[in-house]
Structures are given as structure tokens and as C-alpha cells.
Write a protein that binds this ligand. Structure first.
Ligand code: 5AD
Length: 435
């Protein structure tokens, strides 16, 4: 039996797509093995959102080539789409596939031989207008299933390479989304996480449909306990969406809403099309209905021209909003984006300093948020055993608090009622309560 190994960088959409590709190989009789093992085929699903993602992608490619110089090495995804020429120069690469034509991967891999030039299938992504139907058979995660509903982004934020890597907004057929949800229930999943490149843009390409329709239809599927959403961009959060998010009971009170900056000047330069005031109004509207909701965010530090004062505004705004966690990104100059040509670029040292300050704040805010729930009874879905802690399991509350608790026997996927007893740093402990 031929062996194939995968390495995935970047976001949850990539994970979903790797799981989909794994299914295609399995259908053709391949065995999926660990990336550290010797395999006949290596697939690297790359990321290009930051220079760091690109660097890690190149490293993973070289690692695969070293593991087995005889193997076919296929490079797919965002970095393959945007930097195919550079990848071609890495010795040992046999196939390059961007963010389309992935469903033909097995054929392409089998066709690729010892040709000098790698077999390259990278379309002009700006001209692609169909949603590529690929979905996983099995999944990496066992209790929560990611479900991709949308592809592409047409926002063109000044810093971001993703519209060039993923192309314009394409929405998955609503019927297909419902069918996959039903299949997931049959496979035993109780929680689904809706993902996409820019979720809130769902339906904009087909008209008369929006993310609200997806939420309502998925909500109707029997057997689903929880629906979570990956990032929702403030530009696309409508009143109707807020109503759906705060009134459909299966939707988790946990919303990841990228802020990027707390300075209106910088937001404008970033082409974000909202002000801090509008952002705050969205958060207030959510909290009015769901006061305990977890609001998490992404912030970029060191965007070109960001002054110390503008950074300070971001810091104070984040504190005022009381995010329960902040994903901090150091601005990364991406070739081809408008921000890469803006001046002045902020020094690496300054970016590091600003990033450290925000990470520290994130830790403090996270503790404050968690402490509000200590002593309370919350529902947790049992996920997995805790490494090196005999008899202990971990799982998530609906508002995304990770809890560790004792359990006699494995009950993966079960919904338990736990009393949250204490927090040690960002680790929360719970005890089962009798129902
Ligand atoms: N530099 C740093 N961070 C970036 N992101 C997107 N592009 C860049 C870039 N050029 C971050 C944004 C986005 C997250 C997924 O990645 O914060 O929300």
C-alpha cells in the first residue's frame, strides 16, 4: 500500500482542506501516515498570511524532501498560489497546486515523475468564480468538526495577501452545507465550527442569501448541540446577523471579531472601512443580549506609519473592550499588497515591543474573563485525555474556556456539567456535578 503524509500550516480552512485531500488519497487506496514517517508522497498545505507562514512552509517542504528524496512532494495552498515560481526552485518539489484544482491531486501526483520542472497547476485566481467542492471523509479533530462554507475574500485590506491567494468570494451551496452537517451528526459530532476565508461575506456572490440563512438551516439539523463560528469581520456584521447570533440558542457565545487596530487613522490606512466607535457598537449590541459572551480578536502591531500614540490607542481600546483573548500579529510586509509600499515601515524591535505589551494585556484580560466563571456550573464537551495527567480529561465550554477535569472512563463527545473550581494561570479545573 502506498503511503501519503500531510503537513498543514496556517488556518482552520487549511486543516479542513488537508482532511479533504487525505480523503481523496484514501479513496485511491493510499494509507495516511505521520509526517515524520517515510512516505511515498508528501503533501504540504502551505500558508502565506505572514512571512513567518511562508518561511515555515518552505521549511516543511525541505523536511519532506530530506525524509525521502525518492518521494513525490506536492505543495498546495496559499503560498503555492502566490509564490509558485519560488517554490519551483526548491530541489525535490514535484507538484505545485494553488488554491484550485485540488480535487485532482491524486492524478497529478501519480502523473508527476522525474521531470526537471515540477508539474504546476496554478490558475489566475482572480478569474475563478466557482466554489471547489472538496470535503473530508474523516477528520483530524474528533469532537468538533470544522465545516467550510465559503471561499475567498474581496475586501483587500491594505496589509493582506489573502485575496490574491484565495480569490474572490465564492459561497458553498446551502444544500451541501446542510447535507454535510447531517453527515457529521451521523458520525457522532455534536459541535461544528463554521469556517471560511471571510465568513460574513457568505452569499454575496449568489444574492438573496447570507450567513444568517446558513445559521438558521444548520441550527435546524437535529443532533447538533453547538455551532461555533470562526472569525467574523466587523465590516460584514449586520443587525440581522447580530440578532441571529444572539438568539439562536445553539450558537456558542464566543465570537472572534478581528479589530486589527484601535486607531481610526490606522484603520483607515488599513482599508478596514469601520471606526472604533462602530466596532464598539457591535460589541455592545452583542453584550446587551449575551453579557457573558467571549469576544476575542486579532490585532496587528507595527502597521506602516503606526506611531507610539496610535499603538497606545489600540492598547487602551483593547482594555476598554475587555477582550477575553487577543491574537497579536506583528505586521508582516507582503509583496503585492498596498501596505508593502507604505512608509515608514516600523522597526522589528518596535514591533516586538508592542507585541509583547499586547500579549501581556491579553493574558491579564483572559484571567479576568475566566475568573467570572469560577464557582459556576457549565457544560463542557469531553474532548481528550490530558497528557501526563492520569485520569484527567479536557474539553471546552460554549464560551471557549478550556477545562481540565477528572473522569473515570472515556466519554469523548459527551456533554458534561462541571463546576469550575479554580484557575491556575490560564488552566481551569472543574469537577463533575450530579445531574
Ligand atoms: N501581517 C501581519 N498580520 C497579518 N494578518 C493578515 N495579514 C497580515 C500581515 N501582512 C493577520 C490579521 C488577520 C489574521 C488572520 O492574520 O490580523 O486577522
Amino acid at each position: 500500500m502506498k503511503k501519503v503524509a500531510f503537513y498543514t500550516l496556517g488556518c482552520k480552512v487549511n486543516q479542513y482542506e488537508t482532511d479533504s485531500l487525505a480523503g481523496l488519497f484514501e479513496q485511491k487506496g493510499y494509507e495516511v501516515v505521520d509526517f515524520n514517517k517515510k512516505a511515498d508522497v508528501y503533501v504540504i498545505n502551505t500558508c502565506s498570511v505572514t512571512n513567518e507562514g511562508a518561511k515555515k512552509s518552505r521549511k516543511a517542504i525541505r523536511r519532506a524532501v530530506r525524509k525521502n528524496p525518492e518521494a513525490i512532494v506536492a505543495v498546495v495552498g496559499c503560498y503555492a498560489q502566490t509564490e509558485a515560481e519560488r517554490i519551483k526552485k526548491i530541489p525535490g518539489v514535484n507538484v505545485i497546486i494553488g488554491t484550485t484544482n485540488r480535487k485532482n491531486i491524486v492524478d497529478l501526483v501519480e502523473k508527476a515523475g522525474d521531470a526537471e520542472e515540477p508539474l504546476t497547476v496554478v490558475r489566475d485566481i482572480m478569474k475563478v468564480d466557482e466554489y471547489e467542492k472538496i470535503s473530508p471523509i474523516g477528520r483530524t479533530e474528533k469532537t468538533r468538526a470544522f465545516l467550510k462554507i465559503q471561499e475567498g475574500c474581496s475586501e483587500f485590506c491594505a496589509y493582506c495577501i489573502i485575496p490574491y491567494a484565495r480569490g474572490p468570494v465564492r459561497s458553498r451551496d446551502l444544500k451541501d452545507i446542510v447535507l454535510e452537517t447531517q453527515r457529521l451528526v451521523r458520525e457522532g459530532f455534536v459541535e461544528i465550527v463554521l469556517t471560511g476565508i471571510n465568513l460574513v461575506m457568505y452569499g454575496r456572490d449568489i444574492g438573496n442569501t447570507s450567513l444568517v440563512d446558513v445559521l438558521e438551516r444548520v441550527h435546524d439539523v437535529k443532533g447538533i448541540e453547538r455551532i461555533r463560528l470562526s472569525s467574523i469581520e466587523p465590516m460584514g456584521i449586520t443587525e440581522d446577523l447580530i440578532t441571529a447570533l444572539t438568539s439562536l440558542p445553539k450558537i456558542c457565545p464566543h465570537f472572534h471579531i478581528p479589530l486589527q487596530s484601535g486607531s481610526d487613522v490606522i484603520l483607515n490606512k488599513m482599508n478596514r472601512r469601520y471606526t472604533t466607535r462602530e466596532y464598539e457598537e457591535i460589541i455592545q449590541a452583542i453584550r446587551e443580549k449575551l453579557p457573558e459572551a467571549s469576544i476575542t480578536t486579532d490585532i496587528i502591531v507595527g502597521f506602516p506609519g503606526e506611531t507610539q500614540e496610535e499603538f497606545q490607542k489600540t492598547y487602551c481600546f483593547a482594555k476598554k473592550i475587555k477582550f477575553s483573548r487577543i491574537h497579536v500579529f506583528k505586521y508582516s510586509r507582503r509583496k503585492g499588497t498596498s501596505a508593502s509600499r507604505m512608509k515608514p515601515q516600523v522597526s522589528s524591535e518596535e514591533k516586538r515591543r508592542r507585541s509583547a505589551a499586547l500579549i501581556q494585556l491579553s493574558g491579564e484580560l483572559e484571567k479576568d474573563y475566566i475568573d467570572r466563571f469560577i464557582g459556576k456550573v457549565m457544560k463542557v464537551i469531553v474532548e481528550k485525555r490530558v497528557k501526563d495527567m492520569e485520569g484527567f480529561f479536557e474539553g471546552l465550554t460554549d464560551n471557549y474556556i478550556r477545562v481540565i477535569f477528572p473522569l473515570k472512563q472515556e466519554k469523548q463527545g459527551d456533554v458534561l456539567k462541571l463546576k469550575l473550581t479554580k484557575r491556575e494561570n490560564s488552566c481551569v479545573f472543574g469537577e463533575p456535578v450530579k445531574t
